[in-house]
Ligand binder design. Structure first.
Ligand SMILES: Nc1ncnc2c1ncn2[C@@H]1O[C@H](COP(=O)(O)OP(=O)(O)O)[C@@H](O)[C@H]1O
Ligand SMILES: [Mg+2]
Length: 215
């Protein structure tokens, strides 16, 4: 399956989420490819930090740029059954091209900076892409939610989500936790940290299970 983590906004957690998923997928099936289409190369840097740790399975990563990467990804998919794509950037041609080949797309949004306008654009974009890729399932994922149980923000998101025909709200919610920053620095996923934050592990596992249909 090709899973894309992308969106029009920067800093929402795309790289954090895709690298966690890549490490977890690697633990489960042993052969995956992480495709970094963001010129900031943060996913590639994560993978090279990870490469230095000989005690964990490395995650193979490649960088792809341009508006025809859909063809390259399709070709890579004949070799790698499981592909994860980090697609960022505003008006990114890589995001659009990746959407043509992905089966699932996760759009992280930062809790507290809920941006209806940007999501409206994503809804339209998904609608356009569906003409060419009817299998695309686009999910909105709340990230960096407050660990304090004030839920008004999330309720607001629930309400607004009903306006979007092509976007579904993920049942997973990721909260603001230091474990994500720690893991990123070490080229790990939160489930691989020596000193784990069980809540981070649980919520990431929940997301993983949703994506890979594990019940
Ligand atoms: N759930 C989270 N808890 C704490 N920090 C987070 C979380 N998600 C992302 N971050 C931090 O927010 C910043 C932006 O995240 P990043 O994954 O690089 O976003 P993007 O790839 O969308 O630009 C990074 O410093 C990252 O460590
Ligand atoms: Mg990034």
């Amino acid at each position: 399956m090709i899973v894309l983590v992308g969106g029009e906004k920067g800093g929402t957690g795309k790289t954090t989420i895709v690298t966690n998923l890549a490490a977890m997928r690697m633990q489960q099936i042993n052969e995956i490819l992480l495709i970094d289409t963001d010129k900031q190369s943060s996913a590639s840097s994560w993978a090279s930090v990870r490469d230095q740790n000989t005690e964990i399975k490395r995650v193979l990563s490649v960088q792809k740029f341009g508006n025809t990467i859909n063809n390259e990804i399709r070709a890579l998919h004949t070799k790698y059954n499981d592909i994860l794509i980090d697609a960022g950037g505003q008006n990114s041609q890589e995001l659009r091209a990746s959407m043509l080949v992905a089966e699932k797309m996760y759009i992280p949004i930062q809790a507290g900076q809920f941006d209806v306008w940007t999501l409206g654009l994503m809804d339209q974009l998904v609608s356009q892409v569906k003409t060419f890729n009817p299998h695309l399932k686009a999910m909105v994922l709340i990230n960096r939610a407050s660990t304090n149980p004030s839920t008004t923000e999330i309720e607001e998101i629930f309400q607004v989500m009903s306006e979007f025909e092509n976007l579904t709200l993920s049942a997973a919610i990721l909260k603001e936790r230091i474990a994500y920053r720690k893991a990123a620095k070490e080229g790990l996923s939160v489930v691989e940290l020596n000193k784990q934050d069980p809540k981070a592990t649980d919520e990431m596992q929940f997301l993983y299970n949703e994506i890979y249909d594990i019940v």
